[in-house]
Design a protein around this ligand. Structure first.
Ligand code: ADP
Length: 399
C-alpha cells in the first residue's frame, strides 16, 4: 500500500506539455532558448485563452486514507482520476504513488485498482472469471487466482454469484463485482469514479455502507470521485472540493462543513444549503448589524467587530440550524414568518429578507408557529461566516 500525491498538476486536453512548450518556444523565443516551463504555460494559456481541465492541483492522500474528490459536473474530477490511472497524460506537474513518480508509467505498472460508474463486465464470463480476469492476464498461478477470488468474494458479498453471468445481476450486484475485480489485484490505490451513480436510492445507501466497511477492513488508499456531497461526506476521511479545475479546499468533512474557505464551498456543502445573502453593515464599534434589503437588521457576532465597518457590504453565510429565534430585547428587527413547514421532529421557518429572497431556519422548538407570526432572529456566534463580496473568500473574525 502507498499514499498518493498530486504535485501542481495541470491538464490541458488536446495538447501534451511538450507540444504546448514547443509551440511557444518556436513562435516566440527561437529554438535555442530555454525558457522557464511555468511562465511558458502561463503565457500560452493567456494568449490563446486556454482553460485547463485541471489547474495547479496539489493534494496528498496519506497511506490508507479515503479521499473524496467532490465538485459539480465538469470541474475536473474524472480527469484527475484518469491521470492517476494513466488513462490521460499529465500536461504538467507530478503524480506520485508512494514515493514513485508515475507520470510516465504504463497503467498496468501503476499498481492501481479501478472501478468506474460503468461496470464494463464481460458478458460471456461468469462472475468468478470477471473477477479473475486481470489476474489471468498477469498469468498468476491458478491456485493463487482461486485463493484471491475466494478471499475477495465474501468481502464484497458476491460468493453466491460466482457462477452467474453478469446479465442476470442487479445494478448493485454488478457494482459489487466491479469493485471486487479492482480489489482482487491488491492495489496500492483504489480509484472509484461515481461508483454509486447508476443505482437507485436504497441500493446506493446499502453499497455506501459496504464501501465504508470494506475500507475499514482493508485500509486501501482510496480516491472516490463524486458530485454527491452526501456520498463524499459520509465515506471520506478527507474531501477535496474542486471548481473549474482548481482545488478550493481540502479537509475533513467536519472541517469543510464548519469552516468553508469561500462562498463556493459554503454553498456546495450541506443539505439544506447554507443561507447566503448579500448584506450591508451598520452600527458602531460595539454593536454592529447585518442589514438586509428589506430593512431587516440582525446582530453581527462580536468576533467580527474588527473585521467589518459601517458601510461595508459582505456575503453572510449561516446554516439554517444556526439561525436562532431570540427574545424581544435583542434589538433585532421583528419580522413575520413567511413560510412555516412542520417536518415532524423539526420545523422549517423562512422569512423574506429581500424581494424573492428568503432566509431559512430549522428549529426543534415545540412552540406552534404559523405564517405571519412575528419573530426576532440571531445567529449562532461561532457558526456565522462572512465572505468578501467580490472574491467570495472568507473573512475571519477573532477566534
Ligand atoms: P468532472 O469529472 O468533474 O465532471 P471532467 O474531468 O470530466 O469533469 O472534465 C473537466 C473538463 O475537461 C470539462 O470542461 C470537460 O469538458 C473537459 N474534458 C473532459 N474530457 C475531455 C476530453 N476527452 N477532451 C476534451 N475535453 C475534455
Amino acid at each position: 500500500m502507498a499514499g498518493l500525491t498530486f504535485k501542481n498538476v495541470f491538464k490541458q486536453y488536446g495538447k501534451s506539455a511538450a507540444q504546448v512548450f514547443d509551440a511557444d518556444t518556436t513562435a516566440n523565443l527561437g529554438a535555442d532558448s530555454k525558457p522557464d516551463v511555468d511562465s511558458t504555460l502561463r503565457r500560452v494559456a493567456s494568449v490563446h485563452n486556454i482553460t485547463y481541465a485541471v489547474n495547479d492541483f496539489s493534494l496528498n492522500c496519506a497511506d490508507g486514507e479515503f479521499v473524496g474528490i467532490l465538485g459539480p459536473s465538469g470541474c475536473g474530477k474524472t480527469t484527475s482520476l484518469r491521470m492517476v490511472a494513466g488513462l490521460e497524460d499529465v500536461t504538467k506537474g507530478q503524480i506520485l504513488i508512494g514515493d514513485r513518480v508515475v507520470n510516465d508509467l504504463h497503467p498496468k505498472d501503476r499498481d492501481i485498482g479501478l472501478a468506474f460508474e460503468d461496470y464494463a463486465l464481460y458478458p460471456p464470463l461468469n462472475v468468478f472469471e470477471n473477477i479473475a480476469f486481470n489476474l489471468r492476464a498477469k498469468q498468476l498461478p491458478e491456485a493463487e487466482i482461486q485463493k484471491r477470488v475466494k478471499e475477495i468474494a465474501p468481502l464484497m458479498k458476491v460468493e453466491e454469484l460466482l457462477s452467474h453471468k453478469p446479465a442476470g445481476l442487479s445494478g448493485g450486484q454488478k457494482q459489487r463485482v466491479n469493485i471486487a475485480r479492482a480489489l482482487v489485484r491488491r492495489p496500492s490505490v483504489l480509484l472509484l469514479d461515481e461508483p454509486l451513480s447508476h443505482l437507485d436510492g436504497k441500493m446506493r445507501q446499502i453499497l455506501r455502507t459496504e464501501i465504508k466497511r470494506i475500507h475499514t477492513q482493508i485500509k486501501c488508499t482510496t480516491i472516490l470521485v463524486t458530485h454527491d456531497q452526501l456520498e463524499a461526506m459520509s465515506l471520506a476521511d478527507k474531501i477535496a472540493i474542486m471548481r473549474d479545475g482548481r482545488l478550493q479546499q481540502f479537509g475533513t468533512p467536519l472541517d469543510v462543513y464548519d469552516n468553508p474557505v469561500n462562498v463556493f464551498v459554503a454553498g456546495f456543502i450541506g443539505e439544506p444549503p447554507m443561507n447566503l445573502h448579500k448584506v450591508g453593515i451598520a452600527g458602531s464599534d460595539k454593536e454592529k448589524w447585518f442589514t438586509f434589503p428589506k430593512g431587516i437588521k440582525i446582530r453581527v457576532p462580536s468576533k467580527y467587530n474588527d473585521a467589518v465597518r459601517e458601510g461595508d457590504e459582505v456575503i453572510l453565510g449561516v446554516r439554517p440550524t444556526d439561525v436562532l429565534i431570540t427574545p424581544d430585547e435583542s434589538g433585532a428587527t421583528t419580522v413575520p414568518i413567511a413560510v412555516f413547514e412542520n417536518l415532524g421532529d423539526e420545523k422549517r421557518i423562512s422569512i423574506e429578507v429581500g424581494p424573492e429572497e428568503y432566509l431559512t431556519l430549522i428549529t426543534e422548538d415545540e412552540k406552534r408557529y404559523k405564517k405571519g407570526d412575528p419573530i426576532k432572529l440571531s445567529f449562532r456566534e461561532t457558526k456565522t461566516h462572512i465572505f468578501h463580496r467580490t472574491t467570495g473568500d472568507r473573512i475571519r473574525g477573532k477566534e
